[in-house]
Design a binder for this molecule. Structure first.
Ligand code: NAG
Ligand code: NAG
Ligand code: NAG
Ligand code: NAG
Length: 551
């Protein structure tokens, strides 16, 4: 945000004063947790929000029988399957955010440790997995659930097997699929005129021969159209069209690994677009958490090393980029990083010791951490209220349109193990309600009244929105943000992107009613075409979002 939030800081000042009891009771500004479902029948290892407010979730087909049956007597018959050759249970669901209901879906092959992205037309294209799933492309098109659409699978949709790869949506509407276990290359989907898998030596250079530490690389589309790719402890800027490295960033100070299984996470910080100029913006990446070198081997011997408590922040568009290091209130591994509609980052899930991998995490990190990128250094992190449910390896988190963060999964075991184990398999679904959802902020909260349905927006255009605020509007503290719905798995949100649109003017049209004119992103490098959640934010309190389709 271009402004710091005086109001929240003011409130915080009071709640931290012990003698100010009344305000303390009125103002819990550290977020709240609510249990949505005790069991959705599967363990949500992968999640993608679609533009009809349904979330597609799945785990893997070789966990054993899930707690949810497939409909109409359907079963998977798979002679190659390791656990059950006939399995009539579901390993994927469609969850409806608005009704808090879900239904089973049928994946036909193993989706374990796969990847994906929502395409410009809203269809989820999901790629890879394990064994019979490794070369698959799976397609899920949003539909009205009562009609009952399901996964459609494309055998041999991939050139290489892709297990632990990272996908990103490109300005031309394709996905790039990068890496995967023992594959130092990338490919595209759809293939168009690029049918091959192209060699990518950076993944070999950052490969730790003992334990990899560079799987599920952190990939972000930079504003110049190149890809920022972070693996292990360093990053490059990569021109996938010319197949060349255009910039090598310094190693993150300390040199500790941040990718699987030393799993930390990363976000592209909010991109601030300007109304008047040609949308020229600086882009910054924040990498947080992970496990020190050697942690995986240590965990194997029963020694669970303390997780990294550092974050590195870097302006990736700088001519001479340098990391700036910050320290979190606690160490984190397997942490997710979620961009909130107001531009803050929520660091959530994971553990304080150990690593990713079967049975190797310890000390659940039950308190999310809020990171406020625009606060001065030293006052950016704030611990939030804890969940009671450990969210360890294979847990997930995503933002939904009403501003909550859905949290699910956690299964550090090879099977569905509900008893007699440390951190039993979690089938539950929770929501974290960031403090901006508190009723005490209702008089600051904008409500978008126009557009009142999903609308198409073009590039570099003026966009009018009408909103209401029942209270005094601080005109200079209004912003409009657009958030792409990411694909979340293994502590990374692929395709996560938040744009702060340039504001041209705000006009008061009636009591409590305002029009705001913003400029939409100038190009597909800033924001690839597709569905975004759009929010009006006032003094860091976001409205409920609306869907827009940028095209
Ligand atoms: C899942 O099913 C098993 C056996 O059918 C049962 O013991 C277990 O309690 C169920 N777990 C949950 C979380 O519903
Ligand atoms: C959306 O695009 C993908 C390819 O990018 C295609 O497979 C899918 O069928 C399209 N969906 C619809 C509903 O047209
Ligand atoms: C979904 O389809 C059912 C049956 O055709 C219909 O009654 C319902 O209104 C539809 N829901 C939506 C959201 O379109
Ligand atoms: C986990 O579940 C599997 C399959 O049901 C079972 O064989 C195994 O013994 C369980 N592990 C433990 C530690 O209970």
């Amino acid at each position: 945000m271009p402004h710091t939030n005086l109001f929240l800081s003011f409130l915080l000042l009071f709640v931290t004063q012990p003698y100010c009891q009344i305000l303390t009771l009125a103002a819990d500004v550290r977020g709240q947790w609510k249990l949505l479902q005790k069991s959705i029948g599967i363990s949500a290892m992968h999640m993608q929000l679609l533009n009809n407010d349904h979330v597609i979730m799945f785990d893997r087909t070789d966990f054993g029988y899930s707690n949810l049956s497939l409909p109409k007597g359907k079963c998977r018959y798979d002679p190659g399957e390791e656990v059950h050759k006939i399995d009539c249970t579901a390993h994927s669901i469609e969850y409806d955010v608005l009704t808090n209901k879900f239904r089973p879906l049928m994946v036909q092959t193993d989706v374990w440790c796969s990847a994906g992205a929502a395409m410009p037309n809203g269809t989820l294209i999901q790629t890879g997995g394990y064994r019979d799933g490794a070369f698959r492309v799976r397609i899920f098109t949003p539909c009205n659930s009562t009609i009952g659409c399901d996964w459609v699978e494309v055998p041999n949709g991939l050139k290489m097997s892709r297990w632990y790869a990272t996908n990103h949506i490109l300005p031309d509407g394709r996905q790039i699929i990068i890496g995967g276990r023992r594959h130092f290359n990338y490919e595209f989907y759809p293939k168009n005129n690029a049918p091959e898998a192209y060699s990518f030596p950076f993944l070999l250079q950052t490969y730790d021969p003992y334990i990899e530490n560079n799987l599920y690389p952190f990939v972000f589309l930079n504003v110049d159209g190149n890809l920022f790719i972070f693996a292990n402890n360093r990053a490059i800027l990569f021109d996938y069209k010319q197949k060349k490295v255009v910039k090598t960033y310094p190693t993150i100070p300390g040199g500790e690994p941040r990718n699987y299984p030393s799993t930390g996470s990363a976000v592209l910080l909010p991109l601030m677009l300007q109304a008047g100029t040609n949308n020229i913006v600086a882009a910054e990446v924040l990498v947080c958490g992970g496990a020190p070198k050697g942690s995986f081997m240590q965990a194997k011997t029963g020694n669970h090393v303390k997780a990294l408590d550092t974050c590195g922040r870097i302006v990736i568009t700088d001519e001479n980029p340098q990391w700036s290091m910050e320290t979190m209130p606690q160490g984190r591994v397997m942490n997710d990083m979620i961009l909130l509609p107001n531009g803050n980052v929520l660091i959530i899930n994971g553990a304080k010791a150990g690593t990713a991998g079967w049975e190797y995490g310890r000390n659940p990190a039950s308190k999310p951490i809020l990171y406020q990128p625009n606060n001065p250094r030293g006052s950016r992190f704030e611990l939030q209220n804890p969940s009671t449910i450990p969210r360890m390896y294979h847990s997930t988190a995503i933002l939904v349109r009403d501003g909550r963060v859905l949290v699910g999964g956690s299964n550090p075991h090879r099977f569905y193990n509900f008893t007699g184990v440390l951190f039993p398999t979690e089938l539950s679904l929770e929501a974290f309600h960031p403090s901006y959802l508190e009723a005490q902020f209702d008089n600051l909260r904008p409500k978008i009244i126009w557009p009142d349905a999903t609308s198409n927006i073009g590039y570099g255009q003026k966009l009018w929105l009408r909103f209401r605020v029942i209270g005094t509007l601080a005109e200079d503290k209004v912003s409009v943000t657009m958030v792409a719905p990411p694909f979340n798995t293994h502590s990374f949100s692929m395709n996560q992107r938040l744009l702060l649109l340039g504001i041209e003017k705000v006009t008061n049209v009636d009591t409590w009613t305002y029009d705001i004119q913003v400029k939409t992103p100038f190009s597909g490098n800033l924001a690839p075409s597709g569905y975004y959640m759009l929010f009006v934010v006032h003094q860091e309190i976001p409205s409920e979002g609306i869907w827009v389709k940028l095209m």
